[in-house]
Structure formats: structure tokens, C-alpha cells
Write a protein that binds this ligand. Structure first.
Ligand code: NAP
Length: 463
């Protein structure tokens, strides 16, 4: 095909350099087959959800990036940062350049929160809120007003727990985190007195895990509270698996806490679903309906309503992948339609983009391995140009590529800024990262074919 093509080596492009991307690359690169892997990411930084999704005070989870770095430094793996599918290169072009393409772009968009008033100022979806405190370039400038006494988080998953914990922690408790400085400043000065976490179903149906729920019981200034009347009797825990039993134990312990124990109260409320955000120009109150479970275990309204005052509402109700033109999309699950990780010939998908936003970071490992094995079984090298072709195309389009060595320059300064106290102080603006990577600012639009491409960022993707 191309003059510099190599007929023996399988050329694979992975779109998204987050956990799914790196686990897929790890399996491909250690398969023993000659493979050349290019990992594209629309941001100038690798690691996706590890950098922008995992909470800033969960450094032990973020440490998995060291494993990804081993893969990134392999001779046959290349990071191609600051390159966005659809903006800098099309899927059709990648399919022409590579023997196989694996979509690992995660799920960076919130599941829609559709109650009346959801568009009021002070209602901030979890993708944006988590991105804001994690220095995501798309969200760093969000003007989140925390001059408030009460905030509500919707959902009973681990993201909801992350958000209330980050809001509840003191500056001392965050001192060894890599929280975005502007978020830290606002949280530190917020006059918060009441935090709320609402689950539309019951404690047995909650999705948070014991370790994460347990952390809420160890906060310096915040006490978790549960209404004992919402908990089933302890005898009914017998049929639960150990993790869920531990969750129930923790909730029972929190039911013994008293509101006056600490200055900030975290009210963990079950059987309540939001029906409206109320307020004139901004969120002032949240209106909820009490629920019960129907025979299928779904939450149904009881017709009993109540309101709480709150100046911030953060729906943490799950994520969806951003659709990609030309790819079949499963609207219900919010991911790409696939069969065992295969979308169509030579095109695969792994991670949250494959199965929806479920599981821990580690769940992506077998997922990536399975997709890599399948790809290796099904695709033969066909002399496609791979990296040399991509480089040429991106060079023609004047795309400022960030290589892994450039990222290491950015990272070096981030680590230095941590001054031995914090793990790092992240850069959050693309231009400052591109400058450190050796690129001059260049504002003009890029082109795909004859069409002018939008250089503004798609706000919702976390690769
Ligand atoms: P999740 O675990 O699916 O939880 C979503 C929550 O939102 C559920 O309680 C769900 O209730 C609720 N919900 C959905 N739609 C709703 C609506 N319209 N109104 C009210 N409530 C609604 O999702 P997540 O918290 O975003 O987490 C995503 C994945 O990342 C999970 O697998 C999670 O474990 C993982 N994660 C892990 C960690 C960690 O390990 N430390 C940290 C963060 C995230 P129903 O159950 O009734 O649907």
C-alpha cells in the first residue's frame, strides 16, 4: 500500500489512552506477535480516567499509571497526544492507515438529568464537577459557586461518594492530593453545613462499595447520618454477599451518629428521587419524591414529596460514551454496539465504550486482554502504513502532536510543583502543556479535507 509499509507487522491504532487503552496495548504488545501500536488521545496527557476521573485523594488507585508507563515506554507503543478523532483525523482515515482500530474512548458524558430546573446555575453534572476538581482542561474554568451552606449529590454510586468526600474534606485532609488548586481554594472557603446524598432505591440496592463508604466515617469535620428507619433489620443481611453485608454494617454504624458530632452533616437518604430543582436564577432547593420498590426492584413514586435547601446539585447518575459518527450506538447503555468487543471488520471497542460505565479500573484489564486476543486472532497485517502514514497526515494538517517524551517533560514540571508535599500540581490549560512540550501557541483552525474543523474542544469526552 504505502512505500514504507511493513508487511509483517500488525499496525493498530487505539483511540483513547486511558485504562482500557493501556490494558489493550499491554496485551497486544506482549503477545509475541510483531505489532506496532499508536495510542491517540485528544488531550496532551495520557491515562484518561486515572488522571481526570479517579478522585485526587485516591493516590493509591492513581499509582496504576506506573504500570501503564511501562507499556507506554515499549518500543512498539507510541503515545500520540493532542490528536482528536473527528477533529484531526477521521475514523475512515484511521481504518485506511491501520490494520485494526480499537475504540477506548471511555464514557465522558453524564447520563442526562432531566428534571425541571436541571438547567439552573448550580446544577453541575458529575463529569464536569469531577473534571473541575481534577484539573481537566475542559472544566477547569467552570464557575462553581460554593458560597453555599448546603449541597446535594444524586445517586448511590462510588462517584457520588467521591464527590461528597471531596466536598467534605478539610485542606489538611487534601494536603497530599493532586486536587486542582482553584477547586481546593473554593472548597476550603465554602461555608458548607449540610451535604446530602440521595438514592432513589434502598440501602441494599446502593452501588457504592464498602471501602469507599467506610471513608465517609473517618472524615475530620463531617459526620455521616442515616435514618435507622430506612435500614432493614440486621437478620436480613444473612443472604448478602460479604461486601454488601459490610455496607449494611457501615450504614447501621452511621445511623448511630448524632448531627452535633461534627460541624458538617452528611445526610445519606434512601428511597428519594429528585423531581425538580427550584430557584429563580440559580438552584435554591431540591424537590424530591419518596419512593418504594416495586416487584422488579425499581423505584416508584409514593406521591409524598419534600424539599431541601441547597445551592449546588451534582447528579452522579452514571456516564455515557460520546457517540462517534458512523458507529452503531446503544442509546440505552450509552456505549457502542458490539459483539464481544468487535464492532465490525477490523474495528474493535474496549472498556466503558464497550460495556458501559461499570466496574473498577481493574475490570478493564480482562476486557482489554479479551479484545486484544480477538483482534490478534482475526486480523492479519496487510502492509498498511500505520504510524508513518499518520505522522505524515497530521504533519500536513499542522497538528501539534504530543509524544510520550513530551508528556514526560510536562510531568517533570508537575512533579516539581508538588515540592515533595503533593504528588504533583497538574497543569490544566492545553496551551501551557503544549508550550512545555515544545509547541508554540498557534490559534488557527485545522482542516480535515476541505472542511474547516472546529478547534474548540468537545467538552464532554474523557478519553
Ligand atoms: P453507578 O455505580 O452506576 O451509580 C449510579 C447511581 O445513580 C445509582 O445509584 C443509580 O440508581 C443512580 N441513578 C441513575 N439514574 C438516576 C436517576 N435518573 N435519578 C436518580 N438516581 C439515578 O455509577 P457511578 O457512581 O457513576 O460509577 C461508575 C463506575 O465507576 C462504577 O462502576 C463505580 O463503581 C466506578 N467507580 C469506582 C470508584 C472506586 O473504586 N473508588 C470511584 C468512582 C467510580 P439505580 O441503582 O437505582 O439505577
Amino acid at each position: 500500500m504505502a512505500e514504507d509499509a511493513d508487511d509483517e507487522t500488525l499496525k493498530v491504532a487505539i483511540v483513547g489512552a486511558g485504562p482500557a487503552g493501556y490494558y489493550t496495548a499491554e496485551s497486544l504488545s506482549t503477545s509475541g506477535r510483531p505489532v506496532e501500536i499508536d495510542m491517540l488521545d485528544r488531550l496532551p496527557t495520557p491515562y484518561g480516567l486515572i488522571r481526570f476521573g479517579v478522585a485526587p485523594d485516591h493516590q493509591s488507585i492513581k499509582a496504576v499509571a506506573r504500570r501503564y508507563e511501562k507499556t507506554a515506554l515499549k518500543e512498539n507503543v507510541h503515545f500520540v497526544g493532542n490528536v482528536e478523532l473527528g477533529r484531526d483525523v477521521t475514523l475512515d482515515e484511521l481504518m485506511m492507515l491501520y490494520d485494526a482500530v480499537v475504540i477506548c474512548c471511555g464514557a465522558g458524558r453524564d447520563r442526562p438529568f432531566t428534571v425541571p430546573g436541571a438547567d439552573l446555575k448550580g446544577v453541575v453534572g458529575s463529569a464536569a464537577f469531577v473534571g473541575w476538581y481534577n484539573s481537566h482542561p475542559d472544566f477547569v474554568d467552570l464557575d462553581i459557586d460554593l458560597g453555599i451552606h448546603s449541597a446535594a449529590v444524586i445517586g448511590n454510586g462510588n462517584v457520588a461518594v467521591d464527590v461528597v468526600r471531596v466536598l467534605a474534606k478539610t485542606p489538611d485532609e487534601m494536603a497530599h492530593s493532586d486536587i486542582a488548586p482553584q477547586a481546593e481554594e473554593r472548597i476550603a472557603h465554602a461555608p458548607l453545613r449540610d451535604l446530602w446524598m440521595f438514592g432513589r432505591r434502598g440501602p441494599r440496592e446502593a452501588k457504592f462499595t464498602p471501602k469507599e463508604l467506610g471513608e465517609l466515617g473517618k472524615l475530620e469535620r463531617c459526620v455521616p447520618l442515616v435514618d435507622p428507619a430506612q435500614l432493614p433489620p440486621p437478620e436480613s443481611d444473612a443472604d448478602l454477599e460479604p461486601g454488601r453485608r459490610k455496607v449494611m454494617e457501615l450504614l447501621r454504624r452511621y445511623a448511630e451518629n448524632r448531627p452535633e458530632d461534627k460541624p458538617v452533616r452528611l445526610h445519606i437518604v434512601f428511597y428519594a428521587r429528585p423531581v425538580a430543582v427550584l430557584g429563580k436564577d440559580r438552584a435554591e432547593k431540591l424537590r424530591l419524591e419518596r419512593t418504594r420498590l416495586d416487584e422488579e426492584g425499581r423505584a416508584v413514586g409514593t406521591g409524598e414529596f419534600f424539599e431541601i435547601e441547597c445551592g449546588l446539585v451534582v447528579p452522579c447518575i452514571g456516564y455515557r460514551s460520546n457517540p462517534i459518527p458512523g458507529l452503531p450506538y446503544d442509546e440505552r447503555r450509552g456505549c457502542f454496539r458490539n459483539e464481544g468487543g468487535r464492532i465490525r471488520e477490523r474495528l474493535y471497542v474496549a472498556g466503558w465504550a464497550r460495556r458501559g460505565p461499570t466496574g473498577t479500573i481493574g475490570t478493564n484489564k480482562p476486557d482489554g486482554a479479551e479484545v486484544a486476543e480477538r483482534l490478534l486472532r482475526e486480523v492479519e497485517p496487510a502492509g498498511r502504513p500505520g504510524r508513518t502514514g499518520l505522522d505524515r497526515l497530521l504533519c500536513e494538517r499542522h497538528v501539534r502532536i504530543v509524544r510520550f517524551r513530551d508528556w514526560k517533560k510536562i510531568e517533570k514540571v508537575e512533579l516539581e510543583r508538588g515540592a515533595g508535599i503533593r504528588p504533583r500540581v497538574k497543569f490544566c490549560y492545553r496551551d501551557e502543556m503544549l508550550r512545555l512540550a515544545g509547541h508554540e501557541p498557534r490559534p488557527e483552525a485545522r482542516t480535515i479535507g476541505n472542511q474547516e474543523a472546529d478547534t474548540s474542544t468537545a467538552r464532554e469526552t474523557i478519553s
